[in-house]
Design a protein around this ligand. Sequence first.
Ligand code: ZN
Length: 555
Amino acid sequence: MKADQIIKNAKIFTADQCNPQATAFVVKDGKFVYVGNEAGLSAYEGEVTDLGGKFVMPGIIDSHVHITTGVGFEYTDLGVPVMCSTKKESLDFMADYIQKNPGLKRYRFMMERTCLAGEELTKEELDAICPDAEMLVLEGEVHSNWVNSKILEAHGITDETPDPVPELAYFVRKDGHLTGNSYETASWPMLFDSVNELTDEQISTAVLRWLDSSIKYGVNGVFDAGFPEHNQMNERIYKYLQVLDKQGKLPVYVDGCYVLTQPRKISEALEGVKRLNKEFNTEHMKVHTLKIFMDGTLKIETAAMVTPYVDTGVKGATAFNAEQMVEILKELNDAGLDLHVHTVGEAASRVVLDGVELAKKELGDKYHVKVTCAHLWVQDDADLDRFAKLGVTANFTPWWHSGNVGGNPIEYWPTFIGEQRARSMFRCKTMWDSGALVTWSSDEVFYGDFQNWSPYLAMEIGMTRWISKNTRFDESSRTVAAFPPESERMCIEEMLIGYTINGAKQLGIEAKKGSIVVGKDADYLVFDKDLLTAEQEGFSYNKPTEVYFGGKKVN
Ligand SMILES: [Zn+2]
């Protein structure tokens, strides 16, 4: 048989359990037609490439990223960092900046709540230093902000405006009046209100920048977890990716979604995802998944917990309850669609597991929705083995597994969630050993220099659980030691499997992608260094030298 590519003398990690290692393969018409050793090559004609023992693996699948939110941030200034230690100092700093930079339409700042030293910040105080322009102060990893009256007015938000999700995504009120502070989904439309004005050219420039970095890392499959409250923007970006795909210019498989954040939008979202499923179905740009925000984030205590936060005694709330999950799952099941859920706290993943359990009981063999819980910072012990039992995929973001706050995270987290839970975060190995499908992702929303989008950074921290002096990362984020528990560290094979065939299974494309197997797309990467024996510390510096997508070299 005439072949397009014949590779020999390679060290091939196939990600195929039945045939884990190989030294040779053959590609024809973009697919692997032979995988094995050199003895089998005699049946093929064509030029033979001797890789001289180089390491080869399947293309990487990042199973939770935000290409779409990244486009929004590309054109949304995060603001001037405020690093003061009292409310008065913070307000003086911002007032001074506004005075020195007159004439702007909007003033943007970024501040942690600790800068207020326990005091509250109100819209009246922001109005006093910024009466004529809009003012927005961003907080808590983009999950909350404070705004002045001008922004509330522009968005038509009044004392009577209902909260999207009480106790999770809401406008803070005092004596029934808005304070200007809002959380989660209530805050995002104000943060991103200029993105709807982006031109097609701006979108294209940003998307191409992402595409370029993705190819350099050898990431040629992604699940895009969407842009909350901006489904129209998701759609515009997917349309552009679809155009690229039709032109044969999309060397990354993109699996998109429709985002649901609040119960009152359930039926609108189900219609939305069904429509997108029909509209986006080219070879490398598809939508078949509803993405739900079930809770928020630990830092501002919007992550929903089974056991209360230790400092405030609150538990947070989930956006949906188990009955609503059943309703959603049944509709998705009828339409042949899937579900992906943002679940940071214990209670968030529990409500998903409860919903799946109830839906399975009701539908029996007819149930086939693929469900993924993403993030999984804290898990209740009672839920750890339910993922495997219920067939729910556990998606982790390993570059957070150092504790994700720099310095000594094991001194930081106990103040929120107590010592015991702080010592048992990110239990990916326990989950893996329980038989659950575990997948890896970067969950990044900022493009920037794409540093955090690197799967090799994630692999290093997933293996070591710390950011050492040898890690390719900001110096300020370095941690002092491995983040406990050490028993949750993964080995390189598990990192590679989670980033390839397991990712393909999550996306439902395992018949075509995710491993080097006869009949699958020839998506593969060549490295100078053998990743299986590479040093763990400094692993983040790895990068493929050659990237192939459907048998074509794309880097
Ligand atoms: Zn995300």
